[in-house]
Design a protein around this ligand. Structure first.
Ligand code: ARG
Length: 477
């Protein structure tokens, strides 16, 4: 998705060759700055040329232009493709946008037949088409990137199905969970992100081409033909809607915003986990940064940036929604403002997904630190109290008290509940016997949680296999 096309070059101010028939003078200088979109829509050049080729081919098939003109147009468009790809094409702000830059160059290359290309279409359906094709491609790219991120998460989860860590609520140690289980939670989120993208893709796949300016066209065009040539399921049913719909951009921006939110939560955990206080995870050198003054530092800058960039991605949805909310049908130039937020959201999200996949794939978990943290939190104190209630008929209020006194002892000794000697246990309550160790160890706690979707290693191993099948071998649904 990176745009390598060269920057536009200035051309002299003059009346526009493509629409300037009724204009006596050129635009004001400020108009030349506010009006053009070529600085950012030049990245639509592939979509623009493909759309024009499909349109010209249809015009020939329908007998609207001659086969010779169609051939000249196709050849000219191929030549322009080559010029842009090789960086030779001169983009011009005076020609406003990618559509007129391409068409104007076509005229230079093939003369008169170029003027027949725009028969039965308008820049309004053309730009809607280009944006839809671009959005579709962006969705396909993001899908691939998200799948790679899921592969990294599943790979780590597989190695840590039995690694016990604290599970948190309110960021306080709550109950032991397995690290693999924790990572698979994110795998699910990114799976839903993929399905949101796939869903948006299905809905956007109707071609606006041939809606013309807004009302359709008197030429006997075949919109079904261009729709299928460009990989659409069908032409959009209503020409007014076709040129003014930007739902597809809003849907991608919304899905991108939700995905960025997921990435940001994971990034926040990476930031926490890599601190001296947690030490749950060590990022590889490739994903850590040092401090220019404090030699001991290993900062998780990439994670912080992923967290920070979520703001931009979420902002794109707001920007787009506000552009669209007051627009009467059909096209308004306001809609030129759809591009920068959407392009930025997609570029930013792609970068964040790739950086996160890299961090996850390379990271080294520290099971010893996780264990220390989980035991320091005495997350099985409730299990101990419940056991006294269940096995010895102790009233819960008393059992709670006994368990609390043992937590205090363990705290003083600097050990976990499971490390307390049996005589200490018995002193707290005579009904406690060696069976309690099968209850208060963190392993026992996670092993017991075998309900579907639970944290027990036996379940997590199944979940790893299932996730691999659904998300990596299957289509992600
Ligand atoms: N650059 C314009 C855009 O991005 C293309 C469509 C212009 N159409 C028009 N009638 N002025 O929306």
């Amino acid at each position: 998705m990176t745009d390598h096309t060269p920057a536009p070059v200035e051309t002299e101010s003059r009346t526009n060759a493509l629409w300037g028939g009724r204009f006596a003078s050129g635009p004001a200088e400020v108009m030349e700055r506010i009006n053009p979109s070529i600085d950012f829509d030049r990245r639509l050049w592939r979509e623009d040329i493909l759309g024009s080729k499909a349109h010209a081919e249809m015009l020939v098939a329908q007998g609207i232009i001659s086969a010779e003109d169609g051939a000249a147009i196709a050849q000219g468009l191929d030549d322009i493709w080559g010029e842009i790809e090789s960086g030779q094409f001169k983009f011009s702000r005076a020609l406003e946008d990618i559509h007129m830059n391409v068409e104007s160059r076509l005229r230079e290359l093939i003369n008169e037949p170029a003027g027949r290309l725009h028969t039965g279409r308008s820049r309004n359906d053309q730009v809607a088409l280009d944006m839809k094709l671009w959005t579709r491609g962006a969705i396909d790219d993001l899908e691939v990137e998200l799948k790679a991120l899921q592969a990294a998460l599943i790979g780590q989860a597989e190695q840590h199905t039995d690694t016990v860590m604290p599970g948190f609520t309110h960021l306080q140690v709550a109950q032991p969970v397995t690290f693999g289980h924790h990572l698979l939670a994110y795998t699910e989120m990114f799976g839903r992100d993929r399905s949101r993208l796939a869903d948006a893709r299905k809905r956007l796949n109707e071609s606006p081409l041939g809606a013309a300016a807004l009302a359709g066209t008197p030429y006997p065009i075949d919109r079904h033909r261009t729709a299928s040539a460009l990989g659409f399921d069908r032409p959009a049913a209503n020409s007014l809607d076709a040129v003014s719909d930007r739902d597809f951009a809003l849907e991608l921006a919304a899905a991108a915003g939700i995905c960025a939110t997921h990435l940001s939560r994971l990034a926040e955990e990476l930031v926490l986990w890599t601190t001296q206080q947690f030490r749950f995870v060590r990022l590889s050198d490739a994903f850590s940064t040092g401090s220019s003054i404090m030699p001991q530092k290993r900062n998780a800058d990439a994670a912080e940036l992923v967290r920070g960039k979520a703001g931009r991605v979420l902002g794109a949805f707001t920007a787009l929604a506000v552009v669209m909310k007051g627009l009467p049908l059909a096209y308004g130039k306001d809609m030129q403002e759809d591009k920068e937020p959407l392009f930025d959201a997609v570029d930013t999200l792609g970068l964040c997904i790739a950086a996160t996949a890299g961090m996850i794939a390379d990271m080294q978990a520290n099971p010893a630190a996780m264990r220390q943290a989980v035991e320091a939190g005495f997350p099985t104190a409730t299990d101990l109290a419940d056991w006294l209630v269940r096995e010895a008929g102790v009233p819960f209020r008393d059992a709670h008290h006994v368990s609390g006194s043992l937590v205090k002892q363990a705290e003083t000794r600097g050990c976990g509940l499971a490390d307390l000697p049996l005589d200490v246990m018995k002193a707290a309550h005579p009904a406690l016997d060696e069976r309690i160790y099968a209850v208060v160890s963190v392993e026992a706690s996670v092993n017991a949680r075998t309900s579907f979707g639970g944290t027990a290693p036996v379940r997590v191993r199944e979940q790893v296999a299932a996730a691999r099948q659904r998300f990596l071998d299957g289509d992600g649904s």
